[in-house]
Design a protein around this ligand. Structure first.
Ligand code: ARG
Length: 271
């Protein structure tokens, strides 16, 4: 067990693809096999429960993407920034998320409601440096970087996303324990790649190729040495093992139809 850590999940009872707000959802409306999604989610939950405490926000009809709790908000030392979704489709999640955090004793940070911010989907704490990697370009507004700094007093490093298939930062970048960084370079503009290279040495940058990125290899949950993810090539598995990590594959293909995988289905409550 990872001491004092909790992850928030939302069971997929009402998960489906009902609208299209990213390229993965195209032609997937009504195509989710919910029984299979439930089995995949249960398996993920079982794996995670070996490492960490879990908490659950109830699923609700009419908010089929609520299962992706990474987008609920960003938590930092007992305070939460509740997400302000870019898409109208997901805004109905906001009051439900807020109510859960209020009931569970979190302080709610003030947030400028005209600034879109999709929570831990676009904001990832580095596991070594005192920085928050922040992604913008598709969902969260660039202006969210400054608003986050004001709300939770942390230093953000803003990265611009340029490939619509990797519309949230957690689809193409994953900080790992010890200062390693798993990422898909093709998802970023040059200035952002320069920022990454300036902050993380070459040895600690684990570059993922397009084929692995398309299997959501960067959308991984890192708990200690464990790296839990939908899929990874032999090459990537070997690379992770070489650096001392323990990759654990668990299929989440039903969630890929909506543009999400392991990391998207979790939110760390104790950053
Ligand atoms: N269908 C959801 C959306 O487009 C998927 C969200 C995936 N979440 C994530 N953190 N990448 O908003």
């Amino acid at each position: 067990m990872t001491a004092n850590q909790t992850i928030l999940m939302c069971e997929p009872g009402h998960f489906s693809v009902d609208y299209v707000i990213n390229p993965w959802m195209e032609n997937q409306t009504g195509m989710v096999d919910r029984a299979r999604a439930s089995r995949q989610w249960e398996r993920l939950r079982t794996i995670l429960s070996d490492f960490i405490k879990l908490a659950f926000v109830p699923s609700q009809p009419g908010v089929p993407d609520m299962v992706f709790t990474a987008n609920a908000g960003l938590v930092h030392t007992g305070k939460v920034i509740v997400s302000r979704f870019a898409s109208q489709h997901r805004r109905a999640e906001e009051p439900l998320i807020r109510a859960w955090f209020e009931e569970n004793g979190y302080a709610i940070a003030d947030w400028p409601q005209h600034v879109a911010f999709e929570g831990a989907g676009d904001a990832l704490f580095d596991r070594k440096l005192p920085i928050l990697w922040f992604g913008h370009g598709f969902r969260s507004d660039a202006a969210a970087a400054g608003a986050i700094e004001r709300a939770i007093s942390c230093r953000t490093v803003a990265l611009r996303l340029v490939d619509p298939r990797f519309y949230h930062l957690d689809t193409c970048l994953c900080p790992l324990e010890g200062g390693w960084l798993l990422y898909y370079p093709g998802a970023f503009d040059q200035e952002s790649l320069d920022k990454i290279c300036a902050l993380v040495t070459a040895r600690k940058r684990i570059e993922v190729d397009e084929a692995d990125a398309l299997q959501f290899a960067c959308n991984a949950v890192n708990l200690g040495k464990a790296v839990i993810l939908n899929h990874a090539s032999e090459k990537l598995i070997a690379h992770l093992r070489r650096e001392g990590f323990d990759p654990m594959l668990t299929p989440l293909c039903e969630f890929l139809k909506s543009g999400g995988a392991a990391k998207c289905l979790t939110l760390k409550l104790s950053e």
